[in-house]
Write a protein that binds this ligand. Sequence first.
Ligand code: HH2
Length: 346
Amino acid sequence: MTLYYRPIPMTDPARPADSQLLAGGWCWFDRVEVLAREAAPEIIGWEETPAEVLARLTAPRPPVVGLDMDRPRLMGILNVTPDSFSDGGLYLAPEAALARARRMAGEGADLLDIGGESTRPGAALVPEAEEIARTAPVIAGLQGQGLPPISIDTRKAGVARAALDAGAAMLNDVSALSFDPGMAACAATSGVPICLMHAQGDPETMQAAPRYDDVLLDVYDHLAARIAVAEAAGIARKNIVVDPGIGFGKTQEHNLALLARLSLFHGLGVPVLLGVSRKRFIGVIGDAPEPADRMPGSLALALGAVAQGVQILRVHDILPSRQGLALWQAAIRGQAGQATGRESAG
Ligand code: HH2
């Protein structure tokens, strides 16, 4: 029987002396929930966790594109598309995209994630040349201005290469190397970090009837397998980030099951990224039919994720997220202090 070990993350200032720090970050744990497909969950003390699992849970994560992972980081979303579910059409003109990127940087984004193909449910494939024409000029236009590092949100190696040539510093592949056979080699040879995200099916059909045996454990196993594929292709483990892929072939119940136990993913031994911003189920639970009205719910989920040690939050709304993080951190510390992210954010 395969056992899965989920650290029960704590941020309380009363930290027992013999507790463990989660991933060298801001959460600690002294208990671990043991999960299995065939058995009821059980809670054990950290010292009963197998040594190799404990090593992965506690090892400080290496920096990602120069960003230390000992504090939560904000990745600002910039979709240069006509049809993204929230900001589609707003930033298709290069000038509008450049202005949006500069604004998010000014508001304290640690990273900018630029995409030229919507992956919302039902979205159709964008031809590679079109995706390059949307994204590469914007990335090139943002170089040399002291802006945060840029990641390219693409499933295609050709788009990734054009983005890297234009100055991107990270890859974000929602197919976790399974869409384009050239993507793994592109990541390996360029030596930049890559986010491997879980998705079930293609955007066009993924919400038709998503099914899992146990969504949490299935997503965990899938990401573990994709990490193995990435490493076999020559991608260094220090360059891998994982993401459970909220909303990608998942019902509301699936999304919530993942969000409730996000800390399991630290067992993969790499930084965890989460993208919940403005997604549909926030509108359903939070009674906000318009994506632009879903910031409060997005922030609530983001803070819940940070309380489980998630290192990178992919968000549309930098300013409110920055403020929320700063106040959350001040409150758990009982004092204001070190900024929660980009030092220049103040
Ligand atoms: N979500 C979207 C796109 N890319 N990448 C990662 N790593 N994680 C995510 O959750 C994720 C992602 C979908 O959101 P968005 O970019 O806002 O919309 P669209 O796909 O319609 O462009």
